[in-house]
Design a binder for this molecule. Structure first.
Ligand SMILES: Cc1ncc(COP(=O)(O)O)c(C=O)c1O
Length: 396
């Protein structure tokens, strides 16, 4: 089947939940991915912060093959070695003590919300509210939607969504106003991704931490997009010196194999006892073996540190564009290789033009071009993209 025929079949058989450009991706290597017609694209979306090692990294492919030949899946009724080793690695890398594995970001955020409520329940306290930030994104299941501060996603389900409380990102007073005796946890992304790449202020996070200690509230950092090296530190919270009680990660953890993790301090982790939480696939040996290899490659190749340097380079190059086109570009912001370029008008046209030129980029919150390339991106590839963006801005 050719591209057109496949797209026709897609319309016939798939729910139309995504608007996609008219090309079908076939295979990838490193920073590049090719469509059915053989056209090559440099990918600055990276599977939305998933493909940190690029496409078909030889070490990941090797581990997938080896582990698939040994044990793809076994029930969580039984122990498996890769799961235990991966949990150890995540505990060593983070400020957490114990791990629960799920399959996606939304699923581990659900787990975070559940464990926060259970933690207080076990102490005889009825705390069940979650404070979340306006403009946040935590997933599309019912509880995570309730914590996602974007009306466009919540509006059709308001009637069944738990009544969580919204506060304003980087506004400590709004957090103070939202706190009452029923609040169990505050959930936030240290760097909001889907909402348009907004970085938390250090004072804001420090202030929240103090409030959490004072009012006996748990702090959950959703590092699903910004965690695991993306911002130039293994975890984004490490930029701010503020440790959460619970961390959630997913996206890049498995290098494309679905896996998520909920990491918590001991006193919270022990709130879940056998039977309190579970999942069929979460932490299966294949996903865990790949995730462990993925984390090892990040360390061996020094990709986290390099990410900070490349991110600075990328941002500086984008800032040059802003100076040249100040009436089109409003702001450049981000940390490491999680970068947003806010425009004065909708970015859809630029995304399409980049695609024509062989570059995949993303636009979020209508006006923010979001760049989340694999951490293996080279400066010369960043330069190619800048040249293309410059050409597009010049035409506009
Ligand atoms: C910060 C954040 N949290 C949660 C999610 C949901 O993750 P998933 O799509 O794997 O359920 C996303 C996805 O974009 C995200 O960016």
């Amino acid at each position: 089947m050719n591209t057109e025929e496949l797209i026709e079949q897609e319309k016939k058989y798939l729910m139309q939940t995504y608007s996609r450009p008219k090309m079908v991706l076939k295979h990838g290597k490193g920073m590049s991915v090719w469509d059915m017609e053989g056209k090559e694209y440099y990918d600055f979306v990276g599977g939305i912060a998933v493909n940190n090692l690029g496409y078909s990294h030889s070490k990941l492919v090797k581990v997938i093959k080896e582990q698939a030949g040994k044990l793809i899946h076994c029930s969580n009724l039984y122990y498996n070695e890769p799961q235990i080793k991966l949990a150890q690695k995540l505990v060593e890398l983070s400020c957490g003590d114990k791990v629960f594995f799920g399959n996606s970001g939304a699923e581990v955020n659900e787990g975070a919300i559940k464990i926060a409520i259970k933690y207080f329940k076990n102490q005889g306290e009825d705390k069940f509210k979650i404070i979340y930030m306006k403009n946040s994104f935590h997933g599309r299941t019912i509880a995570t939607l309730a914590a996602t501060g974007q009306y466009k996603y919540q509006k059709d389900y308001l009637v069944i969504l738990p009544r969580f409380k919204e506060a304003i990102f980087n506004d400590l007073n709004s957090i103070k106003e939202a706190i009452d005796s029923e609040v169990a946890a505050i959930i936030l992304e240290p760097i909001q991704g889907e909402g348009g790449v907004y970085i938390a202020n250090r004072e804001f996070l420090e202030g929240i931490k103090e409030l959490c200690i004072e009012k006996n509230i748990l702090l959950i950092f959703d590092e699903i997009q910004c965690g695991l090296g993306r911002t130039g530190k293994m975890f984004a919270y490490q930029h701010f010196g503020v440790e959460p009680d619970i961390i959630t990660i997913a996206k890049s953890l498995g290098g494309g194999i679905p896996i998520g993790a909920l990491i918590a301090k001991d006193k919270i982790a022990s709130s879940f006892q056998p039977g309190d939480h579970g999942t069929t696939f979460g932490g299966n040996p294949l996903a865990c073996a790949v995730a462990l290899a993925n984390l090892n490659v990040l360390e061996e190749e020094g990709l986290v540190k390099k990410c900070l340097e490349k991110g600075e380079y990328f941002k500086n190059r984008l800032k040059e564009l802003k100076e040249k086109y100040p009436d089109q570009i409003k702001e450049i912001r981000g940390l490491g290789l999680m970068i947003g370029m806010e425009l004065y008008k909708d970015g859809g046209e630029i995304v399409n033009k980049c695609l024509e030129e062989g570059f995949l980029i993303n636009c979020t919150s209508k006006k923010v071009l979001r760049f989340l390339p694999p951490l293996i991106v080279k400066e010369k590839e960043i330069d190619y993209l800048i040249d293309v963006l410059e050409k597009i801005f010049k035409q506009m």
